[in-house]
Ligand binder design. Structure first.
Ligand SMILES: C[S@@+](CC[C@H](N)C(=O)[O-])C[C@H]1O[C@@H](n2cnc3c(N)ncnc32)[C@H](O)[C@@H]1O
Length: 209
């Protein structure tokens, strides 16, 4: 789906989610599970939380979570998801356009899972701002598309930067951060009509010293 001419990001994402089912997969991202499992729970921040499966999984694992999205409609879906799993009191849902405002607080885990949008978007600056709100020992997990699924809005000739290049663009000094994993991970993605395709995800998992 592409934005209509003159549509704002808020209007675009509201339209996307108003047309979507509130149903969720009920499963967290495999990458989040891989890198967050086993960490001592603290305060987590999920940027672009959508229907909340990652936030709910974290909350069920003992984390206190701040879950942020631009779309009030999807935050309602996420809140209902949290209620179904009896963790609504562990998640603060906040509506932010991250290009304009950012949640308060300090965090032990920050994830930006596919915080991507078909608008011009200062994602590196937002992730760098998030990084400065991370406590020492905390994990920053950034996942972006490393290739396009056939149903993606990305142009066919779009060239995806590598995870290593994305890591450099964040301008986070190597002396302050230790890289746990920076690279691509293959995943079988499911499209809007249930179709599947193998795609690459660029994963940056780095912890603050
Ligand atoms: C591609 S979806 C990814 C959702 C989810 N994290 C996932 O892994 O499936 C991007 C999400 O970012 C949100 N988003 C887009 N632009 C935003 C902005 N400017 N501020 C806050 N959230 C935004 C969208 O509403 C959407 O839920």
């Amino acid at each position: 789906m592409k934005p209509k001419p003159d549509q704002t990001p808020y209007e675009f994402w509201e339209e996307v989610y108003e047309a979507a089912s509130p149903k969720t997969s009920g499963k967290p991202s495999a990458v989040l599970e891989r890198f967050a499992a086993g960490r001592a729970p603290g305060h987590a921040l999920d940027l672009g939380c959508a229907k909340g499966d990652d936030a709910v999984w974290l909350a069920r694992g003992g984390w206190r979570v701040t879950a942020v999205d631009i779309s009030p409609t999807v935050l309602d879906y996420a809140r209902a998801n949290a209620r179904r799993h009896d963790v609504e009191d562990r998640i603060a849902f906040e509506q932010h356009d991250l290009t304009r405002s950012f949640p308060q607080g300090r965090f032990d885990l920050i994830c930006a899972m596919f915080l991507q949008t078909p608008f011009s978007f200062p994602r590196h600056a937002i992730v760098a701002q998030a990084a400065s709100a991370l406590n020492s020992g905390g994990l920053l997990l950034v996942v972006t598309h490393g290739s396009a699924a056939p149903w993606s809005w990305a142009d066919r000739d779009h060239v995806f930067p590598t995870a290593q290049l994305e890591r450099e663009d964040l301008e986070l000094a190597r002396s302050d951060w230790s890289d746990e994993y920076v690279g691509a991970i293959k995943r079988t993605a499911r499209g809007p009509s249930g179709q599947t395709a193998d795609v690459l995800d660029n994963v940056i998992a780095i912890s603050r010293r």
